[in-house]
Write a protein that binds this ligand. Structure first.
Ligand code: F6R
Length: 603
């Protein structure tokens, strides 16, 4: 949550920072702000609302400078307002900061600083950092940042500028992401790689409590004891275009349509020789007596699908746990537990905490992560990367599909190792996995049909998703996708559970989306469908049902044939498109749904 960027170099920092903020806006969009050193002090423009509001204000003023910091906010402490927007300065306006994270001891620090004469302007926890920096400042900015860091409890990625050092930008991070980009015209700090891709693909990943001193001509790294560090830059393979909308109306639609390519690359990476394959080959499933899949939101839903697949193929019990619960429940895990952490960003606070908890109990952690160099990727024992590329829309689509692809690859590998699958059997499942991209292309050819059904649902107050077995797992994701971007209330239920309470919510014309890909359970889900139709519901059936009941109230979107274990990857595409077009028909801001941010780095 919150995105930060900073630049020091030969060019005007203002357009560079604004352009970088555009790439970080997915991290929060309650307010945006920028500070540059303009020759006589900090020029700060900050504004409640989206980045375009800030851009308009910047058009009316002529701030300029070769060093600056910028911020896009997801409010945690203090309402979205101009004053609570970043950057923040201390009472003497000598030090300006941008912050991503949460300062847990800000109240104590604030009290202390007020006692010493600081006058706070905002209600944020972040302002305490600027005030504290001014309090400690003795002319040595690096030392000041070290003092500040030692005093702070909580999480932070920080960009710090001082009036006395108009050629220097300092950055530090703890438990929140920060990368350092280096280019021929200047150097950058940013919360995420896409913010700098237009200028460079050479980045350094900071570890916790590592400090970077950036100047126009170079960057230096230090540890918290001020000892110099040698770090190696990594080359990012993503192109700048991959983080652009490229003519699509929304990133979400672009990302849905990219899925055949993403699946091809991810499947290939888990099947063919290469980094992912090497990692997978190192894991010996016979050493474990259970698996815990731990994640949040859609990544959790991917874990639920994974549970059905792994249990079916490998006969190993899989618990699926919400990271926010797992971290506090004193989970029964040990060195015989393989914990699979699933995260697009690799920075979700709860998932990071769950991973640390699991490791402290001796469990082995395998992560499935999209963002290279992220905390979960770095701290887990093994990391398999999804090849989704940058995902900008807040609602995940292609990263989710890539997570499923990795889970399938793992399940087949584990089943072979565990002797539950013969090489010939594994071949059949691998063929299914490798066929997913083409089947996805086929589904994308039916966009108009999904759009038509979605256009009929715009007025719905509530939509229910039902499925049985693995169809229930993907119903969870269909429901989450719909509610988060369309703001229509939605729930997912196991088909067999309807009659235990939920059916009382069904009224005339309530829409029920039924997913039906388990041949052995077709009869069961069809009888659930009949039960809701007879109580007035309309049903949209997604799947392959040879003998669907004929009814005016029933519409069908057919999926390409597939075995039930692999069908969630196909249902997912239809469900994503369905959610997208319902929201599009309502004219909503699909890429940035209200109250949400993509990377949830706070508890
Ligand atoms: C929903 C969505 C979220 C994320 C969740 C976990 O569309 O994107 O539910 O799946 O916040 O995020 P990551 O995968 O980054 O850990």
């Amino acid at each position: 949550m919150c995105g930060i960027i900073g630049y020091v170099g030969l060019r005007d920092a203002v357009p560079i920072i604004v352009q970088g903020l555009k790439k970080l806006e997915y991290r929060g969009y309650d307010s945006a702000g920028i500070a540059v050193w303009g020759g006589n002090g900090f020029d700060i423009v900050k504004q409640k609302g989206r980045l375009n509001v800030l851009e308009e204000r910047l058009r009316d003023c002529t701030i300029k400078g070769n060093i600056g910091i910028g911020h896009t906010r997801w409010a945690t402490h203090g309402e979205p307002s101009d004053t609570n927007s970043h950057p923040h300065v201390g009472s003497r306006s000598k030090i300006a900061i941008v912050h991503n994270g949460i300062i847990e001891n800000y109240k104590q620090l604030k009290e202390l600083l007020e006692h010493k004469g600081a006058v706070f302007a905002s209600q944020t926890d972040s302002e305490v950092i600027a005030q504290l920096a001014e309090y400690y400042y003795n002319g040595d900015l690096l030392e000041t940042v070290i003092h500040v860091s030692n005093a702070l409890e909580g999480s932070y990625a920080l960009g710090v500028m001082s009036l006395d050092h108009p050629d220097t930008l300092i950055a530090i991070k703890k438990d929140n992401p920060l990368i350092i980009g280096v280019s021929d015209h200047g150097n950058f700090i940013a919360s995420d790689v896409p913010a700098v891709l237009q200028h460079t693909n050479k980045v350094y990943y900071l570890n916790d409590k590592e400090i970077t001193v950036l100047q126009r001509n170079g960057v230096e790294f230090y540890n918290i004891n001020r000892e110099p560090l040698q770090k190696t830059a990594e080359t990012i393979s993503w192109s700048a275009d991959s983080a652009e909308k490229g003519g699509w109306e929304h990133f979400m639609l672009k990302e849905i349509v990219e899925q055949p390519k993403v699946l091809r690359e991810t499947v290939s990476s888990v099947v063919n020789p290469g980094n992912n394959r090497e990692v997978i080959d190192k894991i010996d499933i016979t050493k474990f007596n259970k698996i815990a899949a731990v994640a949040c939101g859609s990544a959790y839903n991917a874990g639920v699908v994974g549970k059905y697949v792994i249990e079916k193929l490998c006969r190993i019990p899989v618990d699926v746990e919400l990271a926010s619960e797992f971290r506090y429940k004193d989970a029964i895990i040990d060195e015989k537990t393989l914990v699979i952490l699933i995260s697009q960003s690799g920075e979700t606070a709860d998932t990071i905490a769950a991973m640390r908890e699991a490791r402290s109990k001796g469990a082995v952690c395998l992560s499935i992560v999209n963002v290279t160099g992220s905390t979960i990727a770095k701290e887990s024992d093994f990391c398999v990367y999804t090849a989704a590329g940058p995902e900008i829309a807040v609602a995940t689509t292609k990263a989710f599909s890539a997570q499923l692809a990795v889970l399938y690859g793992l399940a087949i590998h584990f089943a072979l190792q565990a002797g539950e699958l013969s090489p010939a059997g594994a071949k059949g499942f691998l063929a299914e996995l490798e066929a997913l991209p083409e089947k996805t292309e086929h589904i994308l050819g039916q966009i108009d049909l999904v759009q038509k059904h979605a256009s009929e649902c715009v007025g719905c107050k509530s939509i229910f998703f039902i499925g049985r077995n693995i169809d229930y797992a993907i119903a969870l994701e269909g429901s989450l996708k719909l509610k988060e971007i369309s703001y229509i209330h939605s729930e997912a239920y196991a088909g067999g559970e309807l009659k235990h309470g939920t059916i009382s919510l069904i009224e005339e014309d309530t829409l029920v989306v039924a997913i039906a890909n388990c041949p052995r359970l077709h009869g069961k889900i069809m009888s659930n469908i009949e039960q809701v139709i007879s109580r007035g519901a309309k049903v949209l059936l997604i799947g392959n049902v040879p003998q669907a009941v004929q009814d005016d109230k029933l519409s069908v979107i057919a999926l390409p044939p597939s075995t039930e274990l692999f069908s969630p990857s196909l249902s997912a595409i239809v469900l994503q498109l369905f959610a997208y077009y319902v929201a599009a028909n309502k004219g909503l801001d699909i890429d940035k749904p209200r109250n949400l941010a993509k990377s949830v780095t706070v508890e």
